[in-house]
Design a protein around this ligand. Structure first.
Ligand code: URA
Length: 195
């Protein structure tokens, strides 16, 4: 049932021209992971060059780093997660998606959340966080906290985490470093989805 609903939504997205990004994309980046029984939805920012070429989210450098962290935390990308972005098409020159572009795509994203119905939503990076939460709050202040947010008419457990692109520039693994905090946040998510 879930798969059928998502397939028909994907078909709609493949023809989408609701915003300017539709004109320049190579592929619509619909999702990756487990649509049937993922316990968590991870929402990233937007497809980059590799994602635009393949149609799969988080397959470039940031995606590879994300995979490493997931593995260390014992989270399976294929089994535990359903992965999407705030927009399904690549913004030119990898700029941050505009509010109007996110708005055009929001209906697809809300439908994906409703269909997959995860027990937790992971905001991966500031763009995803700000799409659903107070725009003024810095991700570094709120990451790792469990937030209860109304999304699509339902209160959902949400956790912000750092975006792996940020971690590509932060190499320390010392206690309290961004990489250390990312691992701890993912371990917390692992406990949540296992519980
Ligand atoms: N960064 C994102 O936020 N999403 C992707 O799919 C790839 C890189």
């Amino acid at each position: 049932m879930k798969t059928k609903l998502l397939e028909s939504l994907k078909k709609e997205c493949l023809d989408c021209q609701r915003c300017e990004l539709g004109k320049t994309r190579t592929n619509v980046v619909f999702s990756d992971g487990n649509p049937k029984s993922a316990k968590a939805i991870l929402i990233g920012e937007a497809p980059g060059d590799n994602e635009d070429k393949t149609g799969i989210p988080f397959v470039g450098r940031a995606g590879k780093l994300l995979n490493e962290f997931l593995e260390k935390a014992g989270i399976s990308r294929e089994r535990d997660l359903y992965i999407i972005n705030t927009v399904k098409c690549r913004p030119p020159k990898n700029r941050v998606p505009a509010d109007s572009e996110k708005k055009s795509c929001e209906d697809y994203l809300l439908k994906q959340i409703d269909i997959v119905n995860p027990s937790v939503i992971i905001f991966c990076g500031a763009t995803a966080l700000k799409s659903f939460y107070d725009k003024k709050i810095a991700i570094s202040k709120i990451r790792g906290e469990i937030l209860e947010i109304e999304i699509g008419g339902k209160i959902r457990k949400c956790i912000p985490i750092f975006h792996p692109s940020y971690l590509l520039r932060q190499h320390s693994i010392k206690e309290g470093s961004p990489r250390d905090l990312m691992l701890k946040d993912l371990q917390k998510i692992k406990t949540l989805i296992d519980g």
